[in-house]
Design a protein around this ligand. Structure first.
Ligand SMILES: [Zn+2]
Length: 587
């Protein structure tokens, strides 16, 4: 069977925007929520197991329909962002889902309040719903009394949340001026940032300089906002909710033990020289003595080789099939059911993603396939996500979706399988270079850069509690960069303002390490696969088929992996070390 680059079909969800089936979906949810509200009075800690499970099943049924409605709107919008009907439906479903959520909120509040003994009795009988129920209760020890929670909620609206909105408002209205071909243009941040990948060294430098010009002009104000947000985080999470440290509050949300996060960040720091070695290779490749910070995402190779769409698909099947034929079969299913949109069209979302709706439906994949080697690896990546969801199809709607720390496992692993295949077959050095450098650029951006952000956040939170000024924080950030880049990269002074341009550290403190966690985890797994061969395969498939039905640490422990151990994380860096050695060998 040959596959062509076409648009997907959403017929498995709904026939169309004006279809009676779509309206019936909204009506059905409304009806079910009304009936769900009726159980409110029947919720009792000592309630009968079957009665309790009926409530959970009803809530799952509603979630399934909402997921389908939401997916139809979201996927239609991604397929054509200019489509008015899709835009309108998106707005409608978002509003609708929020209203329905508010009407059913009482359940999770009640559930968190149930005493431990009865909660255990109900969870023990809940089968695959157990982890979903357990996770809701994780925050119980850090939950305050109802009036206190209400005050926090109200004060957040005008406090932390308002500060974050102000941060967005200030930074989103920056207009950047940038000269291209002798003409000065006004640009958004997104447009400006594309010049970081320019072939022209001067454009790369000016792109960063213009961005930090705008941010540093407001440096003191944006820095003050950060100080206030950090104090707020500490006041709420450490002083009131009694988390042992600022980062612990985030770790619990990710359901990762503190020791595992510490081990990850320590090992990253120990391997800092690895990427410095990479940046030296990259400098040589670009024909400069030393890389400037502006150059780290500069393109190195101009590989002309193109891969036809069908040939790419067959390559992915082969790479997956050599691991396990079942995996290749699942990847084929996405194409055979016409759930993959690979076409390049105006107005289509320019990114790539995999979207899983409900456990028993083949996920949807969107790509804008351009035929470069990196487009083939992207195809493998997104199909990896789809396979992850399909392997977990026996779980409930609440538990089939992998949790954040494990979300990139199958995708990155799939990408590695394909990269290995490409590298083993490719004789053209330029193509090999393109593949390897892309892999390393991505690894830097997800592993080392994000780990050092997290390291900085820990330090900044500590400093602010000790009344550090904005300039002192900037100086600490610059030291953080110096440690990260060593003598391999030349840093210019304006990078001390980079931290105030990172929205994540304002909006979701300590979120960034999850990226490093996921990526490094896969490199470690891949290393184990290389060593163990066949005996690794069932363990790996078991990790994927667990979906989100257990805590990440438990799923991995069952496969013999201890995420608290430094040795495990080092295995991930060892894979990168091999890649760097490959690159050093290239002419
Ligand atoms: Zn991904």
């Amino acid at each position: 069977m040959t596959y062509s680059q076409t648009r997907w079909s959403l017929a498995d969800l709904f026939p169309g925007f004006d279809s009676p089936e779509l309206e019936a979906g909204f009506d059905k949810v409304e009806e079910q929520v009304t009936s769900f509200e009726g159980v409110r009075g029947k919720l009792k800690p000592e309630m009968d197991v079957e009665q309790f499970l009926d409530v959970i099943r009803a809530s799952e049924e509603t979630t399934r329909i909402v997921n389908k409605l939401y997916s139809f709107a979201g996927l239609s919008f991604a397929a054509d962002t200019q489509d008015q009907a899709a835009q309108t439906l998106m707005g409608r479903i978002e509003q609708f889902a929020a209203e329905m959520q508010n009407r059913t909120l009482f359940f999770s509040l009640w559930w968190k309040d149930v005493d431990d003994q009865n909660a255990k009795r109900l969870m023990d009988a809940a089968g695959d719903y157990r982890y979903y129920l357990e996770e809701m209760r994780h925050f119980k020890p850090h939950t305050l009394s109802e009036p206190e929670e209400k005050i926090l909620n109200l004060k957040n609206v005008t406090g932390a949340s308002a500060l974050n909105t102000l941060y967005d408002s200030i930074t989103n209205r920056y207009v950047f001026k940038f000269e291209v071909n002798g003409e000065v243009k006004e640009m958004t941040a997104g447009e400006l940032q594309t010049y970081r990948n320019s072939i022209d060294p001067d454009e790369r430098a000016r792109s960063y300089q213009e961005q930090f010009r705008a941010f540093s002009a407001d440096g003191q104000i944006l820095g003050q906002m950060y100080q206030a947000l950090v104090r707020d985080w500490h006041n709420e999470n450490v002083s009131l909710r009694k988390f042992p440290s600022a980062i612990s509050a985030r770790n619990l949300g990710n359901d990762i033990p503190d020791e595992a996060v510490n081990a990850l960040l320590d090992v990253a720091r120990k391997n800092v020289k690895l990427f410095q070695r990479y940046f030296k290779i990259k400098a040589r490749q670009l024909g400069v003595v030393k890389l400037r910070r502006y150059d780290i995402y500069a393109p190195v190779a101009k590989a002309e080789k193109k891969f036809e769409f069908d040939a790419a698909a067959q390559m992915v099947f082969e790479a997956f099939g050599s691991f396990d034929p079942k995996i290749a079969e699942l990847a084929r299913r996405v194409f055979d059911q016409n759930h993959l949109d690979g076409e390049i069209r105006k107005g289509k979302d320019s990114g790539a993603f995999c979207w899983s709706v409900v456990p028993d439906m083949t996920p949807y994949v969107l790509l804008s396939y351009q035929g470069r080697a990196r487009d083939v690896t992207t195809m493998a990546h997104e199909l990896g996500h789809a396979i992850h969801a399909m392997l977990a199809e026996h779980h409930t709607t609440f538990t089939f979706h992998s949790s954040l720390p494990l979300a990139e496992t199958a995708s990155t692993f799939g990408e590695m399988m394909l990269t290995d295949k490409l590298l083993s077959e490719e004789t053209d050095d330029a193509v090999r270079r393109d593949i390897l450098f892309k892999q390393m650029d991505d690894a830097y951006a997800t592993i080392m850069r994000q780990s050092y952000f997290a390291i900085f956040e820990k330090q900044a939170h500590e400093m602010i509690r000790n009344n550090a000024s904005v300039d002192e924080i900037s100086a600490a950030y610059f030291e953080n960069l110096k440690e990260q880049f060593g003598d391999a990269v030349e840093l210019s002074d304006e990078f001390k303002w980079e931290w105030i341009s990172i929205p994540h550290i304002y909006h979701t403190p300590f979120y960034v390490y999850a990226y490093a966690f996921g990526q490094l985890l896969v490199f470690s797994l891949y290393q184990q696969f290389k060593i163990e061969g066949e005996s690794f395969k069932p363990k790996y498939l078991k990790i994927l088929s667990a979906g989100g039905s257990e805590a990440p640490a438990k799923i991995l422990a069952d496969a013999g992996i201890d995420i608290r151990s430094a040795k495990f994380w080092q295995g991930g860096f060892d894979v990168l070390e091999k890649l760097i050695s490959e690159l050093e060998k290239l002419k």
